[in-house]
Design a protein around this ligand. Structure first.
Ligand code: SAT
Ligand code: MN
Length: 596
């Protein structure tokens, strides 16, 4: 039995047990012996199915309730005393109402179950970047996923000592009914309550709930940034430069974080290092640069579309010790998904638990889905072949460029360099993207997703923008800020850019700009690569594709201003002056009144 010397933590666990009434309370120690024991228990109770031990050693299959396959943003709330502190982009509830409502659902929710107490650290234990949380959950699936996604157990409790600060994270799957589902954040109490869902983003409380929503609130108070960003190292001639990149969920962060240099650039000898694929915590370093740390310890990646062409490093990462959720389970105990690796199994059971065969049609005559579009793998980051030697460095890594991106069929050029920090913040604040399957909602619809953080900013978005502007003043040597769009299409709806490994060509130009080298043309919206500035060696683009990819259409951008205006209007007087100034200046540049 693990020995907890933290009286407040013990009292909270006791108090919670009184509400949820579990059969037993179990404190996780993080040991290997524990992993094996819990996996066996999860299998015995039907929560996990072991995969073929030879092909997938240490891997398990899990299927969730079909109503519980993505984040439910409409049931996610920021609970602050003052409604304005949640702002126009969050759902709000008063803490009093939040606790009262959720308490009903937590009441006796753990009958017949074990309550797992999981001390975890976001970031390497003891790093100046790191924050400690304790998750209480009745889901063994969550407990096992948390062991992969965070650092859990004894070392964390030791670090916490007798009185250390921690985020109280309470979770119960309860009856996994949408009517009984709430994901509540109480930033003033450093507390998260999530009930009625076992889906990753709703239930692995260290991830979006702590590392983004609660952390963004803390970061504002403490003078740092918590962002929805991958961290990537690019090594050439023995020197490694790092970038962070923010994209909405399911827009290729994991792929970019693990990219393989394209054939045509091989002669340059690039080595790519993965530091993180989803979340970055950023602080000003002693050298005046911005430094980044990945608070997570694993990857919770989208399965469909992952194969050894799109992301060979991910395929190598997930062949052992991985939990697959809502993909296809082959009768031969392998897994598969749409655009997956190799041929599908000859028969299996799909994510809904229905018998499946290649070519099988559903009741409407459409091909029957094998995997849910938001099906996921949970894999230890250390298994990634390109994992950076610095991924657990307590000091983090120094950042040369911040890249924002969205999924836009038109408008946004392949790459754009902002005119400076404040303009970069403007660019980030106006990111728009077509919806993906990562959250419940209409796929394809364009929505504003500032800094790819729309569902994750834990406070008023106007204050968040103001904090970004302030950070610019606090970083003596700030990174340059860029915007990319891998998803631009031609008139026939075909992607103009191949994406994946070829994105290194764009990152290469970005880094050259950071060194003051790459050639660029100034447009009203920022700098784009000059003709021939991108190395396209070995790439066969359709004739005219590059021109289309870099095209900046003044009329379209002027039209876009209307959408920005509408979004900014929602911020009322919280809109920082620096951003309204940027808006006006851009408008003037688009009219051609001022030199670009
Ligand atoms: O489910 S998660 O929120 O963790 C993944 C994502 O949507 O980015
Ligand atoms: Mn994400």
């Amino acid at each position: 039995m693990i020995d907890c010397k933290h009286e407040k933590l013990k009292a909270w666990v006791d108090e919670t047990a009184k509400i949820c009434e579990p059969d037993q309370v179990y404190w996780m120690d993080g040991s290997e012996e524990e992993r094996i024991r819990l996996e066996k228990r999860a299998v015995a109770r039907g929560f996990l199915i072991p995969l073929d031990e030879e092909k997938y050693p240490g891997c398990f299959y899990s299927r969730s309730n079909p109503n519980d396959v993505a984040r439910t943003e409409h049931l996610t709330f920021i609970c602050t005393n003052n409604k304005e502190d949640a702002g126009p982009t969050n759902n709000w509830m008063s803490p009093k109402d939040g606790y009262a409502k959720a308490q009903e659902f937590f009441h006796q929710s753990m009958h017949g179950r074990t309550m797992y107490v999981i001390p975890f650290s976001m970031g390497p234990v003891g790093s100046p970047f790191s924050k400690i949380g304790v998750e209480i959950t009745d889901s063994i699936y969550v407990a096992l996923n948390m062991r992969i996604m965070t650092r859990v157990g004894k070392s964390v409790l030791e670090k916490l000592g007798t009185g250390g600060e921690f985020t109280k994270c309470l979770h119960s799957r309860a009856d996994v009914a949408v009517e009984h589902r709430l994901i509540l954040h109480f930033p003033e109490d450093n507390t998260i309550w999530s009930v009625g869902s076992a889906y990753g983003g709703n239930a692995l409380l260290g991830k979006k709930c702590l590392a983004l929503r609660i952390a963004s609130w803390q970061a504002r108070k403490e003078g740092w940034l918590a962002e929805h960003m991958l961290i990537l190292g690019i090594e050439k001639d023995g020197k490694t430069e790092y970038v962070t990149a923010a994209f909405p969920s399911a827009c290729g962060k994991t792929n970019l974080a693990m990219l393989i240099p394209p054939e045509g650039l091989k002669h340059k000898g690039y080595k790519i290092w993965t530091v993180g694929d989803d979340i970055a915590w950023l602080r000003v370093g002693p050298d005046g640069r911005l430094w980044a740390c990945n608070p997570e310890a694993g990857f919770f990646g989208v399965a469909p579309g992952t194969n050894s062409k799109t992301n060979p490093n991910a395929i190598k990462t997930i062949h052992k010790n991985t939990i697959f959720t809502n993909v296809l389970l082959g009768d031969d105990l392998t897994v598969w998904w749409e655009d997956g690796e190799g041929a599908p199994p000859v028969s299996g059971t799909n994510w809904q638990g229905k018998p499946w065969k290649p070519g099988k049609k559903d009741e409407n005559g459409n091909p029957m889905q094998a995997a849910h579009p938001n099906s996921r793998f949970t894999a230890p980051a250390g298994q990634c072949p390109t994992i950076s030697p610095k991924w657990e460095d307590p000091q983090g890594v120094p950042i040369s460029a911040i890249i924002f991106g969205g999924r836009r069929q038109r408008l946004a050029p392949l790459v754009l360099e902002s005119l400076g920090w404040d303009h970069g913040v403007y660019v980030g604040s106006t990111v728009a993207s077509e919806r993906t399957a990562a959250a419940v909602g209409k796929v394809g619809e364009v929505r504003r997703d500032p800094m790819a953080m729309l569902p994750f900013i834990g406070y008023n978005v106007g204050d968040y923008f103001a904090h970004w502007i302030e950070m610019g003043k606090a970083i003596p040597k700030p990174p340059k800020i860029f915007h990319v769009n891998w998803f631009r299409k031609d008139e026939k709806g075909k992607f103009l850019w191949p994406g994946y490994g070829d994105n290194l060509r764009v990152v290469e130009w970005i880094l050259s700009r950071c060194r003051g080298e790459g050639k660029a043309d100034k447009t009203p919206i920022g700098f784009v690569p000059a003709k021939d500035a991108l190395d396209l060696n070995g790439l066969n683009l359709a004739p005219g594709a590059m021109e289309k990819l870099l095209e900046v259409k003044t009329e379209e951008w002027t039209e876009e201003l209307e959408g920005v205006k509408e979004f900014y209007a929602k911020l009322g007087d919280k809109l920082p002056e620096a951003l309204s100034d940027q808006f006006k200046a851009l408008k003037e540049r688009l009219k051609g009144k001022v030199a670009a």
